[in-house]
Design a protein around this ligand. Sequence first.
Ligand SMILES: *[C@@H]1O[C@H](CO)[C@@H](O)[C@H](O)[C@H]1NC(C)=O
Ligand SMILES: *[C@@H]1O[C@H](CO)[C@@H](O)[C@H](O)[C@H]1NC(C)=O
Ligand SMILES: *[C@@H]1O[C@H](CO)[C@@H](O)[C@H](O)[C@H]1NC(C)=O
Ligand SMILES: *[C@@H]1O[C@H](CO)[C@@H](O)[C@H](O)[C@H]1NC(C)=O
Length: 356
Amino acid sequence: MCNNYCLNCKNVPQTSIQLTRYLFWMIKVSIITYLIIFGLLPIIFHYSYTIQKKILFLNFVQWPLNVDFSKPESIGMKGTRNFYLKTDQQVKIGLWQILPQSLLNDSTIITDDDYEAVLKNTKQPIFLYMHGNSGNRASNHRLELYKLFQNLDYHVVCFDYRGYGDSEEAELSEMGVVNDSKSVLEWLLKIVNGTAPVFVWGHSLGTGVSVHVLALLGTEKIQPSGLFLESPFNNIADELSEHPLAQIFKHLPWFHWVIVEPFYNNYLRFESDKHIKKIQCPIMILHAKDDNIIPFALGEKLFEAAINYHGNNTNQIQMTRIDASHGLGHKYICRYKDLPNIIKSFVYEAHKNQTD
Ligand SMILES: *[C@@H]1O[C@H](CO)[C@@H](O)[C@H](O)[C@H]1NC(C)=O
Ligand SMILES: *[C@@H]1O[C@H](CO)[C@@H](O)[C@H](O)[C@H]1NC(C)=O
Ligand SMILES: *[C@@H]1O[C@H](CO)[C@@H](O)[C@H](O)[C@H]1NC(C)=O
Ligand SMILES: *[C@@H]1O[C@H](CO)[C@@H](O)[C@H](O)[C@H]1NC(C)=O
């Protein structure tokens, strides 16, 4: 008994000392963790252009892994040729050309020249797809959309920007991916030479790319027949502030200086709300209300910017708002049951107005 009692007597103060030490240790660890997460990491981020680019472009996120781009058939893309183009900046870009449904059984289309002749002679719409960040032209949700176009009997051309897929590892920047895409669109428009309507489809970061490309071409009075913007944002500054991941940092007084300003100063801006002023072709914005990567409100802001420039009483700028109940989020508007009809009537109207 006595022993036990004495043991307990000794233990009580000892335990409380341990507890106090433990508490101090915990506080120290918490402060250090806090300083690292909210101080050191943001400062590293602020000064590292490399990290900013990696976060924005996510091109190191390669999914699917080890795709053999030269065998699109092996991942279910029928009637598809793999080929490469050199842009005017001498960057080698990997592309696919996907045939419409009605040409799938045409056994005379084999060589690159055959495929190019198809683009030259067709009257069917051609969709040029500009993908978002991460992955490559073989990512699953992208394949789903190509197949939807194919089933509508449209042609598709898709490609990887520099640093993505099997395209060349050139320096990534906004102007870099914009120049690559502009080159591809110019190549396509030159081949088609007005015989068929060409539409550009941008998704996510690809909306920033496509709007910028069409604005540059707009100053040269060159435009495609129309532009689709799937899950777009108005500019990178707002996207950075509204991204769900930013919400834990947003309360910090240095958030703007540390996170938002460097992107702007390093010309990673993607200011679609400014560029859209120079676009002359009809635009269809598609956004799901349950998008948790690019909030719906940013698509709405882009729409408002567009109608501020182009007016509200024309059909030039339209927006399809998709209810959250469909559960389509950021990547799966391609599964929206009304989408085929929305695309078809937009294509019909755009083409009709052009030939009127
Ligand atoms: C192409 O051929 C397959 C099988 O030979 C057939 O099932 C399909 O209906 C054909 N498609 C077209 C568009 O002719
Ligand atoms: C993009 O193209 C423009 C015009 O051709 C050129 O001046 C600029 O250097 C290019 N930028 C990049 C990063 O390729
Ligand atoms: C492109 O179209 C124009 C006008 O229709 C025509 O004059 C020209 O010859 C065409 N170019 C080629 C390479 O077919
Ligand atoms: C544009 O017009 C529609 C329909 O008339 C209206 O509901 C909407 O509020 C208008 N938007 C703006 C920004 O004026």
